[in-house]
Write a protein that binds this ligand. Structure first.
Ligand code: URA
Length: 239
């Protein structure tokens, strides 16, 4: 694949802009500046730098973000900044066109923190967001009032939310502290954790998503940081 096409596919601008970056000596492959836009490389796993910043080629983008509090999972946020501002611009622009860049896989509330996946693979986003694809999501809840066993039992047995007579139940629920519980859900209804906790007479003070399927938020990924998902990360989601 030509170097200019590699840069174009990774979101560095139009083909003309990418050719310009290369001709001006801003792009290096394996530490060696390359000023020829049509130079051919094997794109898969290619590592290169653009203006000194290291990049790796990804045919499709799959990332995890440690979502901080105070960010909205929307491209057009209403009140708080968008999570997309936490990503470098090539990741927001890859693919070009109206539906450019990565999209969040599902959403977390503005005040919720934790593991959020993003991708530009429409099939992956659809599969992960589909209600038929029951990926367990683990939430760490800090409640306003002490958590008691009766509340835990009710969450496991199922509670009725205002928009659906069919009860929703936690796949797992464990009290982890006086005010804390760990809740596993296999659905993703609007404000589901907050509404379930309210339905058992308590209130969510703090909400953090720690796990999706078998994929845990790594301890060294700090709020606001992102990283590419590895093949192993991707397979662990559905195991
Ligand atoms: N449930 C909620 O109430 N909020 C979230 O952000 C995620 C799940």
């Amino acid at each position: 694949m030509q170097l200019q096409d590699i840069l174009f596919s990774q979101g560095f601008g139009t083909r003309r802009v990418c050719a310009g970056l290369i001709q001006q000596g801003f792009v290096a492959v394996a530490g060696i500046p390359c000023t020829e836009p049509a130079m051919e490389f094997v794109a898969e796993d290619l590592r290169f730098t653009v203006q000194g910043v290291a990049w790796e080629y990804h045919e499709k983008a799959y990332l995890m973000l440690h979502k901080p509090a105070g960010y909205e999972c929307s491209q057009k946020p209403s009140t708080y900044p968008s999570i997309y501002t936490l990503l470098p611009s090539p990741i927001r622009q890859r693919g070009g066109g109206a539906a450019a860049g990565v999209q969040a896989v599902g959403r977390l509330d503005q005040d919720t923190t934790g593991l959020l996946l993003l991708s530009d693979d429409g099939k992956f986003i659809h599969r992960m967001s589909s209600p038929r694809h029951h990926v367990p999501k683990v939430y760490e809840v800090t409640a306003k009032h002490a958590v008691d066993d009766r509340q835990v039992q009710k969450l496991l047995a199922g509670v009725v939310l205002d928009d659906d007579p069919k009860p929703v139940r936690a796949a797992a629920c464990e009290k982890t502290g006086e005010l804390q519980l760990s809740l596993t859900l296999t659905e993703g209804k609007y404000h589901q954790v907050k509404r379930m906790i309210a339905a058992v007479g308590n209130r969510v003070e703090d909400l953090h998503r720690s796990q999706l399927g078998g994929l845990m938020l790594p301890e060294d990924l700090k709020p606001g940081q992102w990283r590419w998902l590895t093949a192993q990360d991707l397979s662990s989601i559905s195991t």
